[in-house]
Design a protein around this ligand. Structure first.
Ligand SMILES: [Zn+2]
Length: 74
């Protein structure tokens, strides 16, 4: 994360932000729903006794279901 990204979390004025809208040009919706994806990492890859499950949070448009690449801060 670069310093510019960190500044976004500090005393942010909502009027200085810009909305993220659906990437589907025919949609343009600005509401998104969270969902989880799960990735399985083979035990051969991780070197552990069992396969590892890695959760990945994703968001999708609440109107058309188009998924968006948004990474939330931890
Ligand atoms: Zn949409």
């Amino acid at each position: 994360m670069n310093p510019a990204d960190q500044n976004l979390n500090l005393n942010l004025d909502i009027k200085q932000t810009s909305p993220i809208v659906c990437e589907n040009e025919e949609c343009g919706n600005d509401m998104f729903m969270p969902a989880m994806k799960f990735r399985k990492a083979s035990k051969l890859l991780t070197g552990t006794a069992k396969d590892a499950i890695v959760p990945v949070q994703v968001f999708f448009c609440s109107a058309c279901g188009h998924s968006v690449n948004i990474t939330m801060p931890p």
